[in-house]
Design a protein around this ligand. Structure first.
Ligand SMILES: Cc1ncc(COP(=O)(O)O)c(C=O)c1O
Length: 452
């Protein structure tokens, strides 16, 4: 019998996160203050984040030690298995070797607790009693609820309204871990109430939900804000994925030719791919491919420019690929990929040609999800399915070209709470969305985003 899963012993779990900032081809453009548009200083972020996370956001240290209390919680599901997708390979008849790093084995079911746990830990250590956050698909909200429950913090989640309605059991999961969950836009915040006044049927977006959570944290002294993607410290925490993967590939004597992950704000993809960036800079031909939806084509069609991270312009301006902070993406089922912007680190790597972006429709993603579920058995989250589409296309190309590449992808989460989406797909009721250049130009113009 051939080995399928590469299991790293617990004592091999990384003891430090990898910080890509000192390894970037050029320094990131600084975040700007939303009011003054001057570069931010650490104190500007203090109302929202604990100082330890602010330090990590700007750190030039190549490694940041993982606290013991965080390792202790990680050990509930880490190290995660690297799995050889033999059955998928056979079904495709490809000479490619396909491996997936299964982050769906965490208690909330995705990669998200890799950062929710340290974020809750540092907040608790510095005296916060409550965290406020947004969630798209519900994966991040459940990951933060799980972490807050562990460290004894209250948790308030603003869940994008369309996902709140599509995924009632994600909401229940958060409530099981003790969180308060509101559909966003909600009447709970000034920002949400104002949006509802103008558009009572607004389906919500991550940009709007972020505004609500930031408003909540900024108006309550005991409350901090927690973000599940985009920011440097979030990507930093997620690097445990790629660090473990590299060790697991080493155990097999393998090296990756292609690394693929799906992208919402960039933390899943970067968690896997960043530890390969140095290898690439040192001459490895490894290709890093970031998969996003055509309904929200931030990296493939957006502008690399300064923009706000939220709809109400409360967050700092970040230099990133963006579709404009007022863009409300169509209501696709991959709710975690419906974000107008992207992480500045990932954006810069795309701009420099280190990472290749690619976009897929939701039907193409679900076609791939079904092939995966029928061969490998696990039902993927709609977000993850975008990566699987990229993997299958790449593996089929290997077959056509007779190339034996090693493809590694991030299995970012299972889709056990996404049955409504699968039901629509099976019934043939899933619409596809392609954003025309005109739509994107209008979205950028409406948001006042310009080149530079
Ligand atoms: C299962 C899953 N995969 C990927 C993503 C995208 O995450 P990121 O923002 O880290 O790119 C999400 C976001 O919610 C998700 O739930």
């Amino acid at each position: 019998m051939k080995d399928t899963r590469v299991i790293l012993p617990e004592k091999e779990m990384p003891r430090a996160w990898y910080n890509v900032l000192p390894d970037l081809p050029r320094p990131l453009d600084p975040p700007l203050h939303p009011a003054t548009q001057e570069p931010l200083c650490p104190d500007d972020l203090a109302p929202l984040f604990p100082m330890e996370l602010i330090g990590q956001e700007m750190s030039q240290e190549p490694e940041i030690p993982i606290p013991d209390d965080v390792l202790d919680v990680y050990s509930l599901w880490r190290p995660t298995p690297l799995v050889r997708a033999w059955r998928l390979e056979r079904a495709l008849g490809t000479p490619a070797r396909i491996y997936y790093k299964n982050e769906g084995v965490s208690p909330p079911g995705s990669h998200k607790p890799n950062t929710s746990v340290p974020q809750a830990y540092y907040n608790k250590k510095e005296g916060a009693t409550r965290l406020a956050t947004e969630t798209g698909a519900g994966q991040w909200g459940s990951a933060l609820s799980f972490a807050c429950n562990h460290f004894g913090l209250d948790c308030t989640v603003y869940m994008v309204k369309v996902s709140y309605e599509q995924k009632p059991y994600r909401r229940t999961m958060m409530q099981v871990w003790g969180a308060d969950v509101f559909p966003s836009p909600s009447g709970q915040t000034d920002v949400g109430a104002k949006i509802l006044e103008g558009d009572p049927d607004c389906p919500g977006s991550l940009g709007i939900a972020i505004s609500e959570a930031v408003w909540d944290a900024a108006t309550h002294d005991d409350t901090k804000y927690s973000l599940g993607s985009v920011l440097n410290h979030v990507l930093l925490h997620q690097t445990v994925i790629g660090l473990e993967t590299r060790k697991q590939l080493e155990m097999l004597g393998e090296s990756a030719d292609v690394v693929i992950g799906c992208v919402g704000g960039g933390s899943n993809f970067c968690g896997l791919a960043l530890p390969f960036v140095r290898e690439k800079a040192e001459g490895s031909p490894v290709r890093l491919i970031a998969a996003e939806p055509t309904a929200c084509p931030t990296l493939t069609k957006g502008l690399f420019a300064y923009d706000f991270g939220d709809s109400a312009k409360m967050t700092p301006l970040l230099k990133m690929y963006t579709l404009g902070h007022t863009f409300v993406p169509p209501t696709i089922h991959a709710g975690g990929l419906r974000y107008h912007g992207d992480s500045p680190i990932l954006s810069q790597l795309v701009a420099e040609g280190v990472v290749e972006p690619v976009a897929f429709t939701q039907n193409a993603a679900f076609d791939a999800a079904l092939i995966f579920a029928k061969t490998e058995g696990i039902i993927p989250a709609p977000e993850t399915s975008h990566a699987i589409r990229g993997v299958i296309d790449e593996a089929v190309r290997c077959k056509e070209e007779g190339k034996e590449k090693t493809i590694v992808f991030g299995f970012s989460g299972h889709g056990h709470f996404d049955m409504a989406a699968y039901e629509c797909y099976i019934a043939g009721d899933l619409p596809d969305y392609e954003m025309s250049e005109t739509t994107i130009e209008r979205a950028l113009r409406d948001a006042g985003v310009t080149e530079g």
